[in-house]
Design a protein around this ligand. Sequence first.
Ligand SMILES: [Fe+2]
Ligand SMILES: [Fe+2]
Length: 207
Amino acid sequence: MKQIVDKIVSSPSLHARWLNTLSMMENAGAKKIKNCEDPVFVREIILKHSAEEARHAYYLKKQISKIEENACPTYENRYLLAPGTSYHYLNALDISICKYVKNTFGYSGYKLKYAAYLLVTYAIEVRADELYPVYQDSLSLFSSNVTVKSIIAEEKNHLEEMILQLKEFSEDWEIMARYAIEAERILFEEWKNDLEQYLSTDQANDN
Ligand SMILES: [Fe+2]
Ligand SMILES: [Fe+2]
């Protein structure tokens, strides 16, 4: 992944679209959390989490202007890297995990929604804790004005909070978490391969 990220950060056009892609994915994460929220019984920890994911989306979007003003005004495909799999990733993870908890543990209704929130978010936090530091290293390497240190700090907290909530939710949490990690790994590989392919085509360079 480091090679891919270094290539992206060294090109302003790719870097702007990378930030926009991460922003879109963070925003999808924030929306996903909001979507799973119980309108009455929602707790502070979930409000905090969705607010922070929304902040990440906004923060990443704002960083784009440090590279080029108005480079990526929307999340349209032409302003993203590997748009197909970038849009697909969270949805596909959600579907896979919903099916798994429904079929294996017989959950339905709000319990299913809540389990999916916990597991999808958990797997993404594990990934975020790996990916953002790689990105930050690359930013430092190229002396970029962009920084994601504040996001790294919050994602680390999120992961701890997700583990606490999972432990509280079920004594089978580790079995569920293992499934979530494996499902995410497959989708991340898909995204990474698509990204690699995207970077090697002209599409990535003619902008
Ligand atoms: Fe985030
Ligand atoms: Fe997070």
